[in-house]
Ligand binder design. Structure first.
Ligand SMILES: Cc1cc2nc3c(=O)[nH]c(=O)nc-3n(C[C@H](O)[C@H](O)[C@H](O)COP(=O)(O)OP(=O)(O)OC[C@H]3O[C@@H](n4cnc5c(N)ncnc54)[C@H](O)[C@@H]3O)c2cc1C
Length: 290
């Protein structure tokens, strides 16, 4: 593991000046980039850095659906979804974060629909919902139809919908750049002023400077010998803020995603404070565990 970078790299070479940096171009990162554009304005330079081409992010593997208590096909409530999420996580789940996720899931799905997501429909034209592992009605009484889906390629459809919207709103992409570390010229107690990344095609090092940095780098299933996760899910994106002791657990900066530590928002100086209001939540359900 690399030591945390405590100094700024030499100025001059491959420096990108941005208003916001999002690390990760899966469902969480792309959604966050769109929200940042909304929050900071159309002229804001929002950069998304990804070690993969965005549409190859692991979100594309999700088939079964994305859950929200819309109640389109039978009665459902976000509180039931919340219960299932906490119980499905063996009560190890951050319950406040789960509450945010389950409440916001409804609005997030409707927002995704408005962005052009091709959900399956009921005969009445509503977003269709089907059963999925761990989704129950009335706190565990029986199964409920909570999963919103686009045939068997829900994640693929989410990625493409969000990517197209990002292009439309002029988010800047840095594809196949592996983020290595945070820029923290003031040391561990100082603000994060950007990130350092390796351009995989050229092996050149780039610095990305911005007043705010958001990590949405997915899970780390590859820590297990047997996993359905892609080879890229090594957890390096989670390790970077953790190693730099910038991992925050304050309620206003808590991750809004249940994927293992995939979305770490942090106060990075004054301007980033307003970011804490940004709903960067991609409401993935708690998956049945292996
Ligand atoms: C087989 C399978 C099926 C699934 N099915 C479902 C389902 O039906 N419903 C459901 O809700 N969930 C499902 N999940 C879980 C779901 O896919 C994930 O929880 C979700 O996609 C995570 O999204 P994400 O944006 O956080 O991460 P990802 O989509 O994994 O994106 C991570 C991004 O971070 C980037 N990145 C990582 N590290 C770095 C770095 N150091 N530098 C630069 N970029 C970096 C990657 O390039 C990538 O763009 C499934 C998971 C698997 C494995």
């Amino acid at each position: 593991m690399l030591p945390a970078l405590r100094v700024s790299p030499p100025p001059g070479l491959n420096v990108h000046l941005l208003d916001a940096v999002v690390v990760g171009a899966g469902g969480a990162g792309l959604y966050a980039a769109l929200e940042l554009k909304k929050e900071l304005g159309p002229k804001a330079k929002v950069g998304v850095i990804s070690k993969l081409y965005p549409s190859r992010s692991h979100t594309g593997a999700a088939q079964g659906g994305v859950c929200a208590a819309l109640g389109n096909t039978e009665e459902d409530h976000w509180e039931w979804h919340w219960f299932d999420t906490v119980k499905g996580g063996d009560y190890l789940v951050d319950q406040d974060a789960a509450e945010v996720m389950c409440r916001d899931a409804v609005e997030t799905i409707i927002n995704l629909e408005h962005l052009g997501m091709p959900f399956n429909r009921t005969p009445e034209g509503l977003i269709d919902q089907r059963r999925f592992g761990g989704h129950t009605r009335n706190y565990g009484e029986g199964p409920v139809r909570r999963s919103c889906f686009a045939a068997d390629r829900t994640g693929h459809a989410i990625l493409h919908t969000l990517y197209q919207q990002c292009i439309r709103h002029e988010v800047t992409f840095f594809d196949e750049f592996q983020v290595l570390d945070l820029l923290m010229p003031g040391g561990a107690q100082g603000p994060v002023t950007g990130v350092l990344a390796l351009e995989l095609a050229t092996t050149e090092v780039h610095t990305f400077r911005a007043p705010g940095v958001l990590f949405a780098t997915g899970g780390f299933g590859k820590m297990f010998k047997v996993t359905s996760n892609a080879h890229t899910l090594t957890g390096d994106g989670v390790a970077i803020p953790y190693r730099s002791r910038t991992w925050s657990s304050s309620s206003s900066t808590r991750p809004a995603c249940t994927d293992s530590g995939s979305c770490c928002r942090r106060r990075c100086g004054a301007r980033a404070d307003s970011w804490s209001t940004i709903a960067a939540s991609v409401s993935w359900s708690a998956m049945p565990r292996p």
